[in-house]
Ligand binder design. Structure first.
Ligand code: FAD
Length: 477
């Protein structure tokens, strides 16, 4: 097999083998087809377009600017967003059942989109096949890679046989339990660390009311923050909500305590009373749905053998609390496509150099969003109900309106811009300092000292953002 330099599209173009037709692998295959490559997409599960199978993990997810940018690039954003429900902020449900709304963006033009994971995945697979350059094979599970011989082993689950392939270029988009990553990390100088959260999650369902009525506020991500645990609910297009309970596996209030229908009912009645009459078959669903686990995976490098790369969750699993896992994987695809365009303009395509370039551009940013996602967990489950935090959020809202195009919240930088995640994270430290100074001894948000705010923004935030890509900063304005 050929490692390293592989001829580019103008002559004998290599076929690219992708493992995993999840959202990221399916999207990447469209990009690669648009660059002119033939793609072999190998998927362990059945075809979810013809068989009733779960799309895995969460039922719906939030798509925002980074994900939408990638969907726009392949020409699918409009069709996907037609089936999305805009979520303009968090609707906080207090223990006493009071509601309060915290906007995500500077105004109604900034929102995140709740979409069906299955619907998105299916649309991406169909878009891939319609390029006529992508062939998807189902029931095929990658089991091993021998980086010495370049051989990839696939187990064909329908025919119960093992196949051996020798791909020219191999990309692992096989998710957080990636077989390709496991094989790669056995190589010298490759390292991987997976840190499990001691929390699990469980999905529940609120069906639509009569005539498809949304039984909670439609355009919000609902949160029931309870300190060490929380429930959230995202709206689905047809009027239902997917709820997710995040709870420690062990301890006084934990999954290990919820061992009987009575205990589950009592727990929901005590902590989430306003959902008890809304959740469908609460106790049956609780026991029949699996309890998922979550982890952060950081590994390095993401490539090996001159022809193999990891991308999406396979390279960087993150916890779901910033709603960025898939958005980040989609951004990987647009960055890889950009690297490819740069290389394809030359005479020969060097995959090894291309993968290193891609890895260097992404690694520090995916590490940053992994850390931000962990921080956001504490914010969501604990701080959103805290009066000091609520005051800071109200001050942020005032600052975003008083200094449009000059003050941005950390959430906006991550969610509504394509500024590298690392830059968003570092800007976040500056924002923390500014807010701490403005909110010290503040009796009410509307008494915030706007003159001091302007001085702090001019002295700290603007010079920092001016060092970075102005085109990306201006997209936020
Ligand atoms: C509860 C929860 C909520 C989330 N919410 C959001 C959100 O709101 N916004 C967001 O952006 N992200 C969210 N995420 C993260 C998001 O789900 C992931 O980042 C995203 O699914 C990653 O896509 P992927 O294609 O890389 O991997 P996956 O979605 O895991 O897809 C991998 C694919 O590879 C296949 N596969 C696996 N192993 C093999 C093998 N050995 N051989 C062949 N095929 C294989 C799998 O069957 C699957 O089809 C959430 C995650 C969770 C758990």
């Amino acid at each position: 097999m050929t490692f390293g330099d592989v001829s580019n599209q103008s002559d004998n173009s290599p076929k690219i083998t992708l493992i995993g037709a999840g959202p990221v692998g399916s999207l990447l295959s469209v990009y690669l087809a648009q660059h002119g490559f033939q793609v072999e997409l190998i998927e362990r599960r059945a075809d979810m377009r013809s068989e009733q199978i779960s799309a895995g993990r969460s039922i719906n997810l939030a798509v925002s600017t980074r994900g939408i940018h990638a969907l726009k690039q392949i020409g699918l954003a409009e069709a996907i967003l037609e089936q999305a429900v805009p979520m303009r902020g968090r609707m906080i449900h207090s223990l006493a059942g009071e509601l309060s709304f915290q906007a995500y963006g500077k105004d109604d033009s900034q929102y995140i989109n709740s979409i069906s994971r299955g619907g998105l995945n299916k649309a991406l697979m169909t878009a891939a096949e319609s390029t006529q350059k992508v062939r998807i094979s189902f029931h095929q599970r990658a089991t091993a890679v021998d980086f010495g011989s370049g051989q990839l082993e696939i187990f064909d689950e329908e025919n119960d046989e093992t196949l051996k392939l020798t791909p020219s270029v191999l990309i692992g988009t096989d998710g957080s339990a990636s077989a390709i990553r496991h094989a790669m990390m056995k190589l010298p100088r490759h390292q991987s660390k997976e840190k499990f959260l001691d929390y699990g999650y469980k999905e529940l369902h609120i069906p639509p009311g009569p005539k498809g009525k949304f039984l909670l506020e439609k355009n919000a991500l609902h949160i029931w923050p309870r300190g060490s645990f929380m429930l959230i609910a995202l709206p689905n297009f047809e009027g239902s909500y997917t709820c997710t309970l995040f709870l420690p596996f062990e301890g006084p209030i934990s999954f290990e305590q919820l061992t009987s229908p009575d205990r589950v009912s009592a727990f929901f009645t005590e902590y989430f009373a306003d959902t008890v009459h809304l959740i469908e078959n609460l106790t049956d669903t609780f026991f029949s749905n699996p309890t998922g686990h979550m982890s952060t995976i950081k590994c390095q490098p993401w490539h090996a053998g001159g022809n193999t790369l990891l991308l999406g969750d396979a390279a960087h699993g993150i916890v779901p609390f910033f709603g960025q896992g898939m958005n980040c994987g989609f951004e990987d695809c647009s960055v890889l496509s950009q690297c490819l365009s740069a290389q394809l303009s030359g005479s020969r395509l060097n995959w090894s150099g291309l993968f290193q370039d891609f890895y260097e551009q992404r690694k520090e940013n995916t590490d940053a969003i992994a850390d931000l996602a962990l921080e956001n967990f504490i914010e969501m489950r604990d701080k959103v109900g805290n009066s000091q935090f609520i005051q800071q959020k109200a001050v942020e809202q005032i600052l975003q309106n008083a200094f449009p195009g000059r003050y941005f919240s950390r959430y906006s930088l991550v969610t509504f811009s394509r500024i590298p995640y690392k830059v968003a994270m570092e800007a976040g430290f500056i924002l923390d300092e500014i807010l701490a100074e403005l909110c010290a001894d503040l009796s009410s948000p509307d008494r915030v000292d706007l003159k001091l705010a302007e001085r702090l923004i001019n002295a700290k935030l603007t010079p920092f953002l001016n060092q970075h890509d102005q085109e990306l900063v201006s997209e936020l304005r």
